[in-house]
Design a binder for this molecule. Structure first.
Ligand SMILES: CC(C)=CCNc1ncnc2c1ncn2[C@@H]1O[C@H](COP(=O)(O)O)[C@@H](O)[C@H]1O
Ligand SMILES: [Zn+2]
Length: 350
């Protein structure tokens, strides 16, 4: 196992806004899955990228295919989702937005609807067990699958948003950024926005996507995943930065995952640089993305950001608190979370 973060960062209350369910599966849960399916002959180095290792973007996306092989029944999904939620809670995450791509499996009878239903059941069970974490769900559209599938996914997300007491809050656009064109999916994304789903879009995760990002930013999204290459200094365009600033769109940032793939740009923009590049306000949250695949924790991401950019513990606390405002939670829950941060502050800074 890799090192844990300092107690301070583990105990600091945190908000995780960007966690792909199947990318967040821990070593111990993978062990349980491997025991259930020994015939697949899957080994740990096929499901995680350890410290010091580098993979191409394509190799990173192959890892998800292996993990998907291990998780192909409702029983698996229930165990995985409950373990992931519990582990985030153990790392001090008080509010979690999970996202996942509905999958079906003809052999096991799992359907896209039963898949989403099972994730919601896991969230409900964790709540009933009294875990100190609020969880919401975003349904993911994989950009590889084209607009027809995307339309059906939006319909599924809409149905669940209306029938599940607010557990489903939004739609995520993700998948290998080098495959397909986000512009083709605009009708589906627009439909999602119109029916009240919040939109979180992966964009400018790789260079040379200015046209696509222009189109996606016009919708506009409620949050951006990565946005690594939006800025003209790294091959983006000022018009993209202007759009993000005009709408004050929050950017989710990953520190570790980018060190382990071939994306060389350091993705996290520290507040002072963020201010000069993206305007007077800090619209930036720290997140894990794929905590299992990249062997990280949200507490580690915070600690790494602090040491890399020489930020104080107070500054990191402010970042974690500010992220409450970027959640897709209703105002009443945001207020409860602010209250929690207020109450916990003295115990960490005495
Ligand atoms: C270098 C690298 C892989 C960084 C991570 N950046 C990502 N960019 C786009 N889509 C992603 C990323 N990480 C996970 N996903 C999406 O999340 C899926 C896994 O979670 P799930 O099956 O939706 O529950 C992947 O198949 C992919 O569609
Ligand atoms: Zn992501």
């Amino acid at each position: 196992m890799e090192n844990e973060a300092d107690l301070f960062y583990r105990q600091m209350p945190k908000v995780e806004l960007h966690a792909h369910l199947n990318g967040s599966v821990s070593f111990s849960t993978i062990e349980k899955l491997m025991a259930r399916k020994p015939h697949l002959n899957i080994e740990h180095n096929m499901t995680a990228i350890l410290s010091g290792q580098k993979r191409t973007l394509d190799e990173c996306f192959q890892v998800f295919k292996v993990i998907h092989q291990l998780i192909d029944t409702e029983e698996d999904i229930l165990m995985v989702a409950k373990d992931v939620i519990r582990e985030f809670a153990e790392d001090g995450v008080k509010y979690l937005e999970l996202r996942t791509t509905p999958r079906e499996d003809k052999n096991t009878g799992m359907t896209k609807r039963s898949y989403v239903q099972t994730v919601i059941e896991a969230i409900r069970q964790c709540k009933n067990e009294g875990l100190d974490i609020e969880v919401r769900l975003l349904v993911s559209v994989d950009r590889r699958h084209g607009v027809e599938v995307a339309m059906k996914t939006v319909k599924l997300a809409e149905d669940f948003m209306r029938s599940t007491d607010g557990f489903v809050v939004g739609l995520d656009l993700s998948g290998d950024p080098t495959v397909g064109h986000g512009g083709d999916l605009l009708p589906a994304l627009q439909k999602a926005k119109n029916c009240g789903l919040k939109l979180s879009l992966h964009l400018s995760e790789v260079p040379s996507q200015v046209d696509e990002s222009e189109l996606l930013l016009n919708i506009p999204p409620d949050r951006i995943g990565h946005g690594t290459f939006l800025h003209p200094e790294v091959g983006g365009a000022q018009s993209l930065v202007d759009k993000v600033m005009k709408n004050n769109t929050p950017l989710g940032k990953n520190v570790l995952s980018n060190q382990r793939s071939t994306i060389k740009v350091y993705e996290y923009i520290p507040p002072h640089k963020h201010q000069s590049d993206f305007g007077p306000l800090v619209f930036c949250s720290i997140q894990t993305d794929d905590r299992g695949v990249f062997c990280t924790e949200l507490s580690k991401e915070y600690q790494l950001a602090a040491s890399t950019f020489s930020l104080s513990r107070e500054a990191m606390w402010s970042l974690s608190q500010k992220a409450i405002d970027f959640t897709f939670a209703p105002d009443s829950l945001k207020q409860q979370l602010h209250q929690k941060w207020f109450e916990l502050h003295p115990s960490l800074f005495q």
